[in-house]
Ligand binder design. Structure first.
Ligand code: AMP
Length: 419
């Protein structure tokens, strides 16, 4: 019979890769705690309307990438393609804003986008998502960027580029948008089908197009810097000044528009040349009207999402942490030995010591081989004859030494060595 495989674009994350993932998640929780963030867990499934309103009708995500279905014909639901909209929904539903003027939240989990699967792009992928709701000052933007760079620094990653841009506000963006529309209409025949369609729906996305001819045309398009209002300009330069104060290198990329409609003012990405075409590890930005657009009060926000698959791909195996072998392998030789070993093995595990053993007695040689493969620190050799003589052999695999130990109080003896 044929085996059933996973759905295209949906990936298993196997051990020991999972050790690396846990290491990333633990580091995130550790760093985020110091910066005052709390964890929130939101459902994977939301009403489709939330993403339509939150992300924007004319974005690629909403137009063509969402997993949307009618739940028994009653209601349109969608597997979340990102976490920001869900977090704001929860923030409003539970009136978190009433209790605190600043709310700092993070969540870690799977997102779903029906994009074309390729290296670094999956249909189920995972994000670490971080949001600050409340303040709109540039220090908040800088604080978030300082945290991101510090977090990535914990993995010793090299050659990361922090790119920042300002997308302006409701005052200055419309004139910029109009100028871009006028400009691209001039060279419309040279644009790809997607971009031609975007002129009416989402013209700034043309900046993001990867098609060569579009890139060429857009390279001389107007930039927001020519239209930005004084308040946005000051906000942006303050963010830059804070980063400089922390000696965080960055480049201003005036062509970075990001794929979601809700961004205003500061937007950013961290990219690296080591990931190929899908070179962004994380992206984010400020969204000063999203809370209001989702039915809440006028509250600003800023956030980012890190792609876990892409970050994990950059972290070397040896940095994954927690991958050492068991402390003890019990090599039991004979029925009585298996009996005794079984009790000892599970008693030690219940006291927190990692122990492995096999219940089918195999030759000492093959059991030692397995202990080696598992990278066990110690092996307890337990034979029926040794049991009759009330003793066993404890082998230190790293030092290649062994000693005789009495069966009496053996659990305590091993606990003492393990601690
Ligand atoms: P976005 O939510 O589109 O701003 O993406 C934020 C980050 O999530 C990106 O920089 C990627 O690291 C990651 N990401 C987005 N889409 C995918 C995908 N389809 N597969 C894997 N990672 C993704």
């Amino acid at each position: 019979m044929e085996i059933i495989t996973a759905v295209k674009g949906f990936k298993d994350i196997l051990p020991p890769e999972t050790d690396k993932w846990r290491h990333i998640e633990d580091t995130a929780k550790d760093v985020f705690r110091a910066f005052g963030f709390s964890e929130i867990r939101v459902p994977l499934l939301e009403k489709t309307e939330l993403f339509r309103r939150g992300i924007g009708e004319s974005t690629d995500i909403v137009e063509k990438e969402m997993y949307t279905f009618f739940d028994r014909g009653e209601e349109s639901l969608t597997l979340r393609p990102e976490a920001t909209a869900s977090i704001i929904r929860a923030y409003l539903e539970h009136t978190l804003h009433a209790a605190e003027s600043v709310t700092k939240l993070f969540t870690i989990g799977p997102m779903f986008r029906r994009d074309r699967p390729q290296k670094g792009r999956y249909r189920q992928f995972h994000q670490i998502d971080v949001e600050i709701l409340g303040p709109d000052d540039p220090c908040t933007d800088a604080e978030l960027l300082i945290m991101v760079i510090h977090f990535l620094g914990r993995f010793g990653l090299k050659s990361l580029n922090l790119e920042i841009n300002s997308l302006g506000c409701l005052q200055c963006r419309p004139a910029f948008r109009e100028a871009v529309v006028r400009f691209v209409r001039g060279g419309e025949e040279g644009l790809c089908g997607d971009c031609r369609r975007r002129i009416d729906t989402n013209p700034l996305r043309v900046f993001d197009c990867k098609v060569d001819t579009c890139r060429q045309i857009i390279s001389s398009a107007p930039r927001l810097t020519d239209f930005i209002c004084a308040a946005c300009r000051e906000h942006f330069s303050e963010v830059g000044a804070c980063l400089t104060r922390f000696e965080i290198p960055y480049t201003v990329n005036t062509a970075m528009v990001r794929g979601l409609d809700y961004y205003t003012r500061t937007t950013f990405e961290v990219t690296t040349e080591f990931l190929g075409a899908q070179n962004a590890i994380l992206g984010g930005g400020r969204y000063d009207h999203l809370v209001r657009d989702l039915g809440g009060p006028d509250i600003s926000g800023i956030g980012f999402a890190i792609g876990l698959e892409r970050l994990a791909a950059l972290i070397p195996e040896e940095a994954r942490g927690g991958a050492e072998g068991p402390f003890l392998f019990i090599a039991a030789l004979g029925e009585k030995a298996v009996d005794k070993g079984f009790s000892l093995c599970n008693a030690l595990r219940m006291r927190g010591v990692r122990v492995e053993m096999e219940y089918k007695t195999r030759s000492l040689k093959s059991q030692m081989k397995r202990a080696n493969r598992l990278n066990s620190a110690f092996v307890l050799i337990l034979g029926d004859r040794e049991i009759d003589q009330n003793r066993a052999l404890l082998r230190n695999m790293r030092a290649s030494t062994q000693e005789e130990v009495g069966l009496e109080g053996l659990e305590e003896t091993i606990i003492k060595i393990a601690r």
